[in-house]
Design a protein around this ligand. Structure first.
Ligand code: NAD
Ligand code: WQD
Length: 344
């Protein structure tokens, strides 16, 4: 049984990936400093899989703690590195915190990997590296644009760090960089999902919290963009589809299915949806109202972006399968389940 270290494994995408890894027979060990997640996520993972993975509350920035963990849980075959700070606005206010957290964590792993004979790394990158692409849908060959935030910059720099580390020591590393579009939704069991702290920045948690009454009204950031209904367009992908791509990526490396030591894949559905379409579909499939008003544009927003996932479909052999309707149902079921939990 192959063993995978998942950093940030109690987070939103990490927890769903842990479930899929366990479903596929991997042994999973998790480190997370719980800076943006909750230890109870492990209960959810256990309820779904009947397995409680090894977990330690460790900061990936702490080299010694990471080294001790890797030594203690020997035989790690691959690392999936989710741990990072991800709030775009906060990164503008606290850039150094973002550079330290996101870059030092990665550098620590890259230093530890050859020492402990761990060759394989899957890295969480983002479609944010493309900025506003000139051509849509966007392929992996599209140029990287200057980052609009320190957060976005950490993803660009991280990709370069990984590439340079591999270049310097090609026998010791293999990495697959996954550029996520907009992950939404939750596991079908509603035992795990997105847990935003405070006021959500992202669209879907704001939609579900407004539908349930935690927020009075959703603001639609702009209806005067050059899109069919004037609101921004994104490629919203079910988090479970995204999670499954990580399992495929790990297997691809462990089974040496490619000669390349560094590969990049877009993870999206290939379909762009506007903010207003998301609201309308959410209301329809869940039979619930989402009070909203049109507000001004949000600074730094990209007008429209969606993926060309052909490369991932053909080369990785992975495809997003969930419908947007099921995805939006799962997001609502998760919010309902959270409300039930908070009552008890
Ligand atoms: P998340 O905040 O839910 O998960 C990240 C986890 O990492 C959290 O549990 C947090 O506590 C942990 N963490 C943060 N810094 C840490 C550190 N120094 N040491 C140990 N643990 C640490 O976020 P997510 O949405 O699951 O995102 C996972 C990854 O995917 C991140 O790298 C993020 O930048 C990237 N990503 C996310 C999105 C998105 O829209 N959610 C899009 C593109 C890329
Ligand atoms: C989606 C759409 C908003 C909230 C961000 C990061 C990006 C990536 C994913 C990690 C936009 C609109 C939102 C609201 C709204 N993260 N919106 N009202 O902007 O695509 O990307 O998260 O890598 O780096 O920048 O996602 O969910 O914030 O917004 O109208 O209250 O919803 O304007 O068009 P975004 P989002």
């Amino acid at each position: 049984m192959s063993k995978v270290l998942v950093t940030g494994g109690t987070g939103y995408i990490g927890s769903h990936t842990v479930v899929e890894l366990i479903n596929e027979g991997f042994e999973v060990v998790i480190v997370d400093n719980l800076s943006n997640s909750n230890i109870e996520v492990l209960d959810g993972i256990e309820k779904i899989t009947n397995i409680r993975p090894v977990f330690e509350n460790i900061d990936c920035v702490d080299y010694v703690a990471m080294e001790n963990f890797i030594e203690k849980h020997g035989g790690i075959d691959a690392i999936i590195h989710f741990a990072a700070s991800k709030a775009v606005g906060e990164s503008v206010e606290k850039p150094l915190l973002y550079y330290r957290n996101n870059l030092v964590s990665l550098i620590n792993l890259l230093q530890l990997m050859p020492v402990h004979k761990i060759k394989h790394l899957v890295f969480s990158s983002s479609c944010t590296v493309y900025g506003q692409p000139e051509e849509l849908p966007v392929t992996e060959r599209a140029p990287i644009q200057p980052a609009l935030s320190p957060y976005g910059n950490t993803k660009q720099i991280s990709e370069e760090i990984i590439r340079d580390a591999i270049h310097s020591n090609p026998d010791c590393y293999r990495s697959i960089v996954l550029r996520y579009f907009n992950p939404i939704g939750a596991h079908a069991s509603a035992e795990i999902g997105e847990l935003p702290l405070g006021i959500p920045n992202n669209l879907l948690p704001f939609v579900t919290q407004t539908a349930i009454g935690i927020r009075k009204q959703l603001q639609v950031f702009g209806d005067d963009y050059n899109t069919p209904d004037g609101s921004c367009i994104r490629d919203y992908i079910h988090v479970v589809d995204l999670a499954k791509a990580h399992v495929v990526a790990v297997k691809r490396m462990l089974e040496s299915k490619s000669k390349e030591s560094y590969e990049i894949f877009n993870l999206g559905t290939g379909r762009g949806l506007s903010v207003l379409e998301i609201i309308k579909t959410f209301e329809q499939v869940n039979q619930v109202k989402v009070p909203y008003k049109i507000a001004g544009r949000r600074e730094g927003d990209i007008e429209q972006v969606w993926a060309d996932p052909t490369y991932a479909n053909e080369v990785l052999g992975w495809k997003a399968e969930e419908t947007v309707e099921d995805t939006l149902r799962s997001a609502w079921n998760w919010e309902l389940n959270l409300a039930r939990r908070n009552k008890n």
